[in-house]
Design a protein around this ligand. Structure first.
Ligand SMILES: [Fe+2]
Ligand SMILES: [Fe+2]
Length: 335
């Protein structure tokens, strides 16, 4: 399969991965042959890239960020929790902790696959998708930082609830940090390590954030981890960037730019080694001028995946960028 920008979709292309909404509803199934009207429909969903079938790359795997059962459960739990908070109802923290545990278990098993959040969904419920994405990214980072199981569960719980005080829109009002924390403080079953993230997640490493303008390690370690995942997910969706969704390597450029000011540089380094910059299926141009498709990852070295190079008619071979250090990725074809 191959990742393509929707502007290059043509009638006859076959969808390789279903298109869903962020609340879990499948809009178009895998295997569907696209027509002009399907392509129009995809355009209207505000998705900018999809996976299509391509026989030259039929062995290329799409690496899911979470298994479907856990993902569907997480969607339901976060949706209910957010709705309850906004109706002034009590929160069932035990259900949230249970789904956090499931995410941790998945990530501990899947750590060798690397993580790539691609925002392939149509966003109909921003908070749900955002909370789950941040939780998955934080889990992979915490795992790399060798947090133990209980620490990972508290970290992921903090990520799931970090924006619960927020309205379901891209605008973040400063009051959402206090509002979220006030709700979480009443939940006796939540660790303070998790709930403090609601209050602190807009503090900046250099002290320029809110609400208390604390800086450096005065901000809890969990919050400093979640802050990186939080910003990255916002950039992927274009929420800090004129609504233009970004590819992972582009979003990471912004993360690098914020390292040392908004973000803890040590955590940014962990993040750099954890995420997949060039997801399987993305088309790249190499520094030797050849065009290729990313077919496999070298986990821990996200800048150097394995690339299958091809010309107009033929596959020419594969280059493992980890073994061929004189060649690098020069460009990513997005549309
Ligand atoms: Fe927030
Ligand atoms: Fe957030």
């Amino acid at each position: 399969m191959r990742l393509v920008g929707i502007k290059s979709l043509k009638p006859g292309d076959i969808l390789a991965i279903p298109i869903s909404t962020s609340s879990g509803k499948v809009v178009l199934n895998a295997g569907i042959e696209l027509t002009d009207s399907y392509i129009n429909k995809i355009n209207n969903l505000r998705i900018n890239k999809v996976y299509i079938q391509d026989e030259r790359f039929s062995d290329v795997d799409y690496v899911q960020s979470l298994d479907m059962v856990t993902m569907n459960k997480a969607i339901q739990v976060v949706r209910d929790a957010h709705a309850n908070i906004h109706k002034g109802k009590a929160l069932d923290e035990y259900i949230i902790k249970e789904i956090a545990n499931s995410i941790v278990e998945y990530v501990r098993e899947a750590k060798d696959k690397g993580v790539s959040i691609l925002s392939l969904n149509s966003v109909d419920d921003y908070i749900i998708e955002h909370s789950i994405n941040v939780a998955i990214l934080a889990a992979f980072m915490g795992n790399r930082m060798t947090f133990n199981y209980n620490q990972l569960c508290d970290l992921v719980t903090g990520a799931l609830i970090h924006d619960m005080g927020r309205e379901n829109s891209k605008d973040e009002m400063p009051a959402h940090v206090q509002r979220g924390f006030d709700v979480m403080r009443k939940c006796r079953g939540l660790s303070l390590h998790s709930s403090i993230v609601c209050y602190e997640h807009h503090e900046n490493f250099d002290g320029s954030g809110y609400p208390r303008k604390i800086k450096g390690t005065a901000i809890s370690e969990f919050t400093r981890v979640i802050r990186v995942a939080d910003m990255y997910d916002d950039f992927l969706h274009g929420y800090n960037n004129d609504d233009t969704p970004l590819m992972p390597h582009q979003a990471f450029e912004y993360i690098l730019a914020a390292s040392g000011s908004i973000l803890d540089p040590a955590i940014v380094e962990i993040f750099r080694d954890t995420i997949v910059f060039y997801p399987n299926g993305c088309t790249v141009t190499l520094s030797n001028g050849l065009k290729g498709l990313v077919v496999k990852q070298n986990i821990g070295v996200p800048q150097r995946p394995v690339v299958r190079v091809y010309n107009d008619t033929t596959v020419l071979g594969e280059i493992d960028l980890l073994k061929t250090l004189t060649i690098s990725i020069k460009d990513v074809q997005i549309l």
